[in-house]
Write a protein that binds this ligand. Structure first.
Ligand code: SF4
Length: 144
């Protein structure tokens, strides 16, 4: 399924903002959004502007320098679609979860999309995901 929408494509930062907003009942103050979405204002603001342009969120000034960000109906639909896509993991193996490198990583508190340490560029996480994909292929082959 494509993430292509009218006005642009939904990338990881946009997806993270939408998923954060749906977890927060559809709205959040902009100043709280970056941390909750695992990003920062430098990459978050362009992503947010893109979502506004795509008609997926609105931004309303509530007081001086304080803005409320809210999902539109269209944004809620898109966030639900992303949420459903993210939950397509049929069974959670706790032993497997315990091997996720992030749990043991010294950068866990500073890591985030667009940060110096980021899941998008992390070699440790990349290798873990690669091995997981290989394991999944092996299991599928054994099942045939
Ligand atoms: S993505 Fe990489 S750098 Fe970030 S917490 Fe996980 S292992 Fe650490």
């Amino acid at each position: 399924m494509s993430n292509q929408q009218e006005g642009g494509e939904i990338g990881p930062v946009e997806a993270s903002i939408l998923l954060t907003l749906i977890r927060l009942n559809g709205k959040c103050l902009q100043k709280d959004l970056w941390k909750m979405a695992g990003t920062n204002s430098k990459v978050g603001i362009p992503a947010l502007n893109k979502l506004i342009k795509m008609g997926l969120v609105t931004k309303r000034r509530v007081s001086e320098k304080v803005y409320e960000i809210k999902l539109t109906r269209k944004g809620l639909r898109e966030a639900k679609r992303l949420e459903a896509k993210a939950s397509v993991i049929p069974e959670v193996d706790l032993n497997l979860l315990a091997t996720i490198p992030c749990f043991y990583c010294p950068y866990i508190t500073s890591c985030g999309v667009g940060h110096e340490n980021s899941p998008e560029t992390c070699e440790m996480l990349g290798s873990w995901l690669y091995n997981l994909a290989k394991l999944k292929d092996m299991v599928n082959l054994e099942a045939q």
